[in-house]
Write a protein that binds this ligand. Sequence first.
Ligand code: 9MR
Length: 397
Amino acid sequence: MRAAPPPSGGRRPLPRRPLLGVALAGAAAACAQAQTAEPRGNPALNPPPGLWQIARERGLTFGSAVQANLLNSDPFYAAAYEREAGVLVPEYEAKFAALQPEEGKFEFGGFEAIIRWGQNRARTTRGHALVWHNAMPDWARAAIGESAQRARGVMEAHITRVLGQTRNTIRDWDVVNEAVANPPGSDVPQATGEMRDTPWLRALGPGYVETAFRIARERDPTLRLTLNDYGVEEDTPAATEKRRRLLALVRGLIRARVPLDAVGLQAHLQIDKPFSAPVFAEFVRALRAEGLAVLVTELDLREGSTIAAEYPERDRLVAERTYAFTSTAIEAGVRTFLTWGLIDKYSWTVTDTGVARQGGTHHRGVPLDWEYNRKQMWRALARAFRGERPDPDGWFR
Ligand code: 9MR
C-alpha cells in the first residue's frame, strides 16, 4: 500500500534544536530550509539508541505496526524499523483475509516475511488479529452467516491452523479485536447494545468472545491471549461508557474463568478530545486488578479539525499529549507500547481518507516525520520512557 504524495504544508519537520526565543515565523522558515537539507532518515538526526532500546533500559517494550511490502521495498523504511522497533505487528498480514483468502487455503507469505525479518534482528513479532469483523474475506462472512455451527467451525479452523503455524515464533496474539460497541456520542456510534454488531456476534451471540479465547488456549496453552479495543482512553462521555462496557466484558470473562491474559488499548488518540490522567490511570488499574496485563497496542494521534495551530506548534501539541498519555500509562503499570506505524507518510491517519486531515495538511501522529526523521513525538516517547520531564517551556527538543 503506497501513500499519496505529501499534501503541501504538512511535511515541514521541526529543526532538531530550534533556538529558544526564535519567533515562530522564523522557526517555520528554518523548518522549510531544513527540510530540503535533510535526507531521509538522516543518521545525524537519528542516532542510537532507538526507542526500543530506550524503553528497554526502563524495563519497557516498544514496537510498531509494520507493512511487509515496505520492509522489503523501501530501505529507509526498513532502516527506521531496525532503529526504533523492538516488536513488530503486521498491520495487515496476519488478519483473516490475508491469512485465509479462500476457505482452507492459508497464505503466510507476508506474515512470515515480517517474522523472519524480525528474527534476523532479534526482534519479536506479535499477532493481530484472529477474530475481528474487518479484513474478513467474503467467503468467511457468508459462511459465518449460514449457521452457528458453521461459524464456530470457521473460527476453530482458522485459529487452529494459524496458531499451529506461529507456535514457535509468536507468543502474543490479539485473539479478539474490537468486541465492544461504540456508545452514543462516539465518532461512529452503534445503537446495538453493549457488544459490537458483527458477523461473529450475530452467529454465535456474545459468547463468541469466550469461545475464541478457549479455542486459542487449547491450541497453544502458553500463548499470551489479548482482548484488544479502542475508544477508551479519553475523558469524554462516550469513552467513559465504553470503558464501563469493556470492563464489564472483561470481568464477565474472568468470572467465567475464560483464559484471558491481557487487554490491549489501541490508543488512537485525538488531541481535540480531553484526556484525564487520573481517569485513564484508574481504568488501567481496574483492568490490572483483574490480574491482567495492559498493553498500549496501536498508539497514534490525530489532531482534529479544531486544532488551528501551525508548525511547529502542532508537533508540540501532539508531543504533549503523547507524553501525558504515555507517562500516565507507565505510572499505572503499562509495560508495552506499540505505535500504529512509525512514519507519517505510511500512517493510516494519512492514507485512510475516512480519518485523514482536511485542508492540505496531514496528521503528524507517529514518531517519525515524512522524511523518516525523529520529531517531537519521538522525543516525548523517549522522555516518558526515561522518566524525564519536557523542557521547562513545554517543548520536546
Ligand atoms: O492500519 C490498518 C489499515 O492499513 C487496514 O486497511 C485496516 C483494515 O485491515 O486496518 C488498519 O488497522 C486497524 C487495526 O487493525 C485495528 N485497529 C484500528 C486500526 C486502524 O484502522
